[in-house]
Structures are given as structure tokens and as C-alpha cells.
Ligand binder design. Structure first.
Ligand SMILES: Cc1cc2nc3c(=O)[nH]c(=O)nc-3n(C[C@H](O)[C@H](O)[C@H](O)COP(=O)(O)OP(=O)(O)OC[C@H]3O[C@@H](n4cnc5c(N)ncnc54)[C@H](O)[C@@H]3O)c2cc1C
Length: 97
């Protein structure tokens, strides 16, 4: 059930990502929409990387395995470019208007 939901979410995020790219190319992408995309995609990336590492067991935690690098690289996405807590602040401010 959780895996099906993850698949559905991945599909929805891809559509949203495409739409945001269109908006960006048209110079119409606003901060709140971009923040929603950053929050959604980076949270999902971390979840996927975490599941992949889990699949490899303890070896996945060793630097010798590429999945370890993918895990570390995905984790920083929630920090830089504006941390995800800040994305939540931007989105919630818009919701409170
Ligand atoms: C590898 C790497 C590369 C980077 N490259 C660049 C770059 O090229 N250009 C650039 O400009 N910056 C870059 N940065 C900086 C990056 O944008 C900042 O790290 C990021 O914005 C978070 O700021 P901070 O590290 O000062 O964390 P802090 O602001 O100290 O935050 C620490 C923690 O507190 C949380 N927090 C802070 N304020 C709030 C709040 N009001 N409410 C709730 N939680 C809060 C944060 O979410 C975070 O979890 C890079 C950072 C890294 C790690």
C-alpha cells in the first residue's frame, strides 16, 4: 500500500515538476509554487534514497557503495537552496493570507 502511494506521489511530483519548468520558461514561476516544488521533490528524493540504502542493508551505509553517496547527496537538498523549514514558512504565510 505504501509503495503504491509512493509511486502515485512520484508520478504527481513529476507532473508538477514539468508544470513548474513550463512556468519558469514563461517567466511566470512564483516563489510559493517554487517553494512547494522544492519541498516536495527534496523530501521525496530523501525518502527514495533512504529506501535504496535500506535495500542494500549495512553495505549501503559504506562509502564504497554509490548508494551511500546518493543518500548523503540527497540529504543536503533539504538544507541548501533555502532549507525545507523555510519553504514551509513561505508556503504557510501564503496560506494564512
Ligand atoms: C554543500 C552546500 C552548498 C551550498 N551552496 C550555496 C551556494 O552556492 N549559494 C548560496 O547562497 N548558499 C549555499 N549554501 C548555503 C545554504 O543555502 C544554507 O546552508 C541554507 O540556506 C541553510 O542555512 P544555514 O546553513 O545557515 O542554516 P541555519 O539558517 O543556521 O538553519 C539551521 C536549521 O534551523 C532551521 N531554521 C532556521 N530558521 C528557521 C525558522 N525560521 N523556522 C524553522 N526552522 C528554521 C533550518 O531549517 C535548519 O534546519 C550551501 C550550503 C551547503 C551545505
Amino acid at each position: 500500500m505504501l509503495k503504491s502511494l509512493m509511486r502515485l506521489l512520484e508520478g504527481l511530483v513529476m507532473v508538477f515538476c514539468d508544470r513548474c519548468t513550463e512556468l519558469l520558461l514563461e517567466d511566470k514561476l512564483d516563489t510559493v509554487t517554487a517553494s512547494k516544488l522544492k519541498l516536495l521533490t527534496t523530501d521525496l528524493q530523501c525518502k527514495v534514497a533512504d529506501e535504496c540504502l535500506q535495500l542494500h542493508g549495512g553495505w549501503g551505509y559504506m562509502w564504497e557503495y554509490p548508494v551511500c553517496r546518493a543518500f548523503a547527496d540527497s540529504r543536503v537538498q533539504r538544507i541548501y537552496g533555502g532549507s525545507n523549514e523555510i519553504m514551509k514558512l513561505i508556503i504557510s504565510r501564503e496560506l494564512m493570507k
